[in-house]
Design a protein around this ligand. Structure first.
Ligand code: CTP
Length: 426
């Protein structure tokens, strides 16, 4: 993923044991395309991690003093606030949060934060549970939360460095990265107030307690869509089948097509739309056979399984949908891609279908890239050329918005960015 392509990211490290986690963050930012990462540290932060560590990782000078000038003689806080795209304070101590809330400027981090007006600041707190729960601290936090340019990344509950258990553990790295991405996203309000259900991954149909039938879907496309929706301000629910996924929005892990169908239909009722990127198994064991499932089938020379079709979740949702809701499906096809996709769009009563050619090895299943064609109800067709799944997701969501949501009253205006697709009619 290259979510931070050409971005200049300023990191403010303050005092706390979680300071070492800023090291990983810097590496990930560069890996995802950042053009420059610059670090500044408070005095206490320097007791936890040596400035040289950050200098090596950021490949850049580390700012430590309040009254420092850059090489060209400009005060550092002014120059950094002018040049950098986002400020990330990680970890943000209770002390720093108190200073930010009340406009103190007594070290390089707080002085630069105060100069970072109208630019995105991401604050990732980490501290002892009792400090986190302290009403004075919570009051300071509310002051920050109310500011438009500040994003707070809530800490997690867990075992803390001091040995206690509770709230205050620095958020997971993926979560922090997604919040930074959102803070700089050009369309971060596009799906504001929209509730969207997304499904991702291949379902698993049990044969017995240890074996199951599944498919090669990695779930990457569905996750990219859910992440992008989050970054565009939506209230996302991701129903998925992937192990070990951690996200700052609601996620529910499940296994079978039956389970996925139950959750998808139930949550769709209250949603503005659904995007079914999951590769739902077409077959499952018949109900009467399922009663035999517990345990492990003994090995035999041959094994014959009778399978029956799974219910068509998307088809059922498509028929039941209200006019105000959108329903999007995927068609992973080996041949006659557009023909099959168009047939599914109509059969399942969809608003949009995302067609991709799985005969190609360089895109689709398991790959980080995809190349898709969007087909709409009114026969419009949009080709999205090969690019990474995050960018496919972004373009797909912008088109969906333009087609079905933009015309409604009070929706935010779309700020076009460089969409590189071709629009035609099929
Ligand atoms: N889908 C679904 N329920 C199923 C099968 C598929 O909701 N039991 C959804 C998928 O999530 C996808 C879309 O329907 O968004 C198309 O899936 P696909 O497997 O391509 O279509 P099928 O209807 O199963 O047709 P076929 O397998 O014959 O191509």
């Amino acid at each position: 993923m290259r979510r931070f392509e050409n971005k200049r990211i300023l990191i403010g490290v303050t005092g706390g044991i979680a300071a070492y986690k800023a090291c990983d963050l810097i590496r990930r930012l560069y890996k995802e395309g950042a053009s420059e990462v610059v670090v500044m540290m408070t005095k206490t932060a320097q007791s936890f991690v040596a400035p040289l560590t950050f200098e090596s990782l950021s490949r850049s000078y580390v700012y430590l003093q309040d009254m420092e000038n850059t090489a060209d003689g400009t005060p550092a806080h002014v120059s950094l606030a002018q040049d950098m795209d986002v400020l990330v304070i990680i970890p943000a101590s209770a002390n720093t949060i108190a200073k930010l809330a009340h406009g103190f400027a007594d070290n390089i981090v707080t002085t630069t934060a105060l100069t970072f007006t109208h630019k995105p600041i991401v604050v990732a707190p980490a501290m002892n549970t009792r400090m986190w729960e302290n009403p004075i601290f919570q009051k300071n936090l509310r002051i920050l939360k109310a500011l438009d340019n500040i994003t707070l990344v809530p800490p997690e509950e867990g075992e803390l460095a001091c040995g206690e258990y509770g709230d205050g553990k620095l958020a997971d790295l993926e979560t922090i990265l997604l919040h930074i991405y959102k803070a700089m996203h050009p369309q971060r309000h596009l799906y504001r107030d929209k509730r969207v259900v997304v499904t991702a991954g291949g379902t698993q149909e049990s044969i017995d307690t240890v074996r199951y039938i599944t498919n090669r879907s990695s779930g990457k496309m569905g996750i990219a869509i859910a992440d992008e929706l989050f970054a565009m301000g939506a209230d996302v629910l991701l129903l998925h089948t992937i192990q070990g996924l951690d996200r700052p929005y609601r996620i529910i892990r499940l296994d079978s097509a039956e389970e996925l169908g139950r959750y998808a239909k139930r949550n769709f009722k209250e949603a503005d739309g659904i995007i079914m990127a999951a590769a739902v198994s077409d077959y499952q064991l018949p109900k009467e056979q399922k009663r035999l499932l517990p345990g492990k089938l003994k090995k035999q020379e041959t094994l014959t399984l009778e399978l029956v079709k799974t219910p068509d979740i998307l088809g059922e949702i498509g028929v039941s949908k209200k006019e105000s809701q959108f329903v999007v499906g995927f068609a992973a096809e080996y041949d006659h891609v557009l023909l099959h996709a168009r047939e599914k769009l109509e059969r399942k009563h969809l608003d949009m279908i995302v067609a991709n050619d799985i005969s190609r090895r360089d895109i689709g299943f398991g790959s980080d890239d995809n190349e898709v064609t969007l087909l709409f109800r009114d026969k419009e067709r949009v080709d999205i050329p090969k690019t990474e799944k995050t960018l496919v997701a972004r373009q797909l969501l912008v088109h969906l918005y333009q087609k079905y949501l933009a015309k409604r009253e009070d929706e935010p205006e779309l700020q076009e960015d460089s969409l590189t697709e071709e629009r035609t009619s099929d």
